[in-house]
Ligand binder design. Structure first.
Ligand code: DQA
Length: 147
């Protein structure tokens, strides 16, 4: 299986960005953990980070025919981007939404996700673990769908 792990805006700053909320792991460390978890699950994980909404849209389009599923932390675009939601709906690839922080115990503007209605499910609040749990859930879903 081939999985696209897509990281949205400001996640390149992980490690130094509000560590009390997002933890101490850098994006490079998260990507390495995803790699290792993917290896255990026999799935290859390709990670892309962008601060640009259009590049994230292009990357989702390019996943069609290249990857079996998408793991996405859309960062702040989670709460704003109809374009990202439509891109995911458009390619129709199984998608799992993840967040480091628990978006529901934070500011009201973080409580709504445009991604959630087009995702299989969402994992929020477990720091770097959210990505690993999300990857496991996505791979399980893809394997079950093939039965
Ligand atoms: C985030 C939560 C978002 O509200 C925020 O804008 C982020 C990170 C998370 O992983 O907890 O950039 O997606």
């Amino acid at each position: 299986l081939s999985i696209l792990a897509l990281h949205g805006p400001n996640l390149n700053l992980l490690g130094q960005r509000e560590p009390g909320i997002y933890g101490a792991l850098t994006l490079a460390e998260i990507n390495r953990l995803l790699d290792e978890e993917g290896f255990k699950l026999q799935a290859k994980v390709f990670s892309v980070q962008s601060n640009h909404e259009g590049i994230l849209v292009d990357t989702i389009h390019a996943a069609l025919g290249q990857h079996h599923g998408i793991l996405i932390n859309a960062g702040a675009y989670t709460h704003t981007s109809v374009a990202l939601r439509d891109a995911i709906a458009g390619v129709n690839l199984p998608t799992v939404e993840v967040h480091l922080s628990n978006i529901y115990r934070r500011e009201d503007f973080r409580h709504h996700s445009y991604i959630a209605p087009v995702a299989i499910g969402q994992i929020s609040g477990f720091g770097g673990q959210s990505y690993l749990l999300g990857l496991q859930a996505l791979v399980n879903h893809l394997r079950e769908a093939r039965l």
